[in-house]
Design a protein around this ligand. Structure first.
Ligand SMILES: CC(C)(COP(=O)(O)OP(=O)(O)OC[C@H]1O[C@@H](n2cnc3c(N)ncnc32)[C@H](O)[C@@H]1OP(=O)(O)O)[C@@H](O)C(=O)NCCC(=O)NCCS
Length: 173
């Protein structure tokens, strides 16, 4: 059974790497790189813990999925760094829930645009992103070095918070 999402900690690194390696194969990040991501104060990583139920015993600390976001302080843009769901937990809405958590964090940071890269042959992930309003805006040929695969750049425009009543909107300086 999948528990509600929570912020990732360094203690999640082993369980994240199990899904990372199984999901991304030759494109997987190293354990060191992922550890840096989790430790970076500018990132926001969430995990979906797996908990045992009557049907499935879960290994303590195991995860059904994770996702991460990065943005510079007060920056107008954020990036979806990564997202993966364990194969056994796919097509049950968890990927959508994870991205929704990143979108909520981007909004809370006041970000206007949320970017991501996705392999051109990853039609499932593209369908997920499109269902959430992301649109393809560019391609990066050969971006994935393992097999020279093109990346599609997608962006989601986020509503910026409405100005307080009575305050000037914009203006010259
Ligand atoms: C992409 C990924 C995160 C999706 O996770 P998920 O939990 O299966 O996604 P969801 O169940 O929330 O899917 C939501 C919607 O996205 C679309 N979608 C997701 N996976 C799909 C697939 N394989 N084929 C077609 N559409 C898919 C569907 O519209 C789906 O809605 P539906 O199930 O009601 O039809 C997961 O397949 C994964 O981890 N893949 C390996 C890692 C990866 O590719 N990450 C993305 C890198 S850019």
């Amino acid at each position: 059974m999948v528990a509600p999402l929570r912020r990732a900690t360094a203690l999640d690194l082993d369980a994240i790497m199990v899904i990372e390696n199984a999901s991304f194969h030759a494109d997987a990040w190293s354990r060191v790189a992922m550890g840096r991501e989790l430790a970076n104060p500018l990132t926001f990583y969430v995990v979906a813990p797996l908990i045992a139920d009557d049907e499935v015993p879960a290994v303590p600390g195991s995860l059904a999925g994770y996702a991460g976001l990065f943005s510079l302080p007060d920056g107008p843009q954020a990036d979806v760094q990564t997202i993966a769901v364990a194969e056994s937990a796919r097509r049950q809405g968890l990927g959508r829930t994870l991205i929704a958590a990143l979108i909520a964090e981007a909004r809370a940071r006041g970000v206007a645009e949320l970017f991501l890269d996705v392999r051109a042959d990853n039609l499932g992930a593209q369908a997920l992103y499109e269902s959430l309003g992301f649109i393809a805006i560019d391609t990066r040929p050969g971006y994935y070095h393992s097999d020279n695969m093109t990346a599609i750049v997608m962006v989601l425009a986020l509503e910026t918070p409405a100005p307080h009543r009575g305050e000037p909107v914009g203006g010259a300086r």
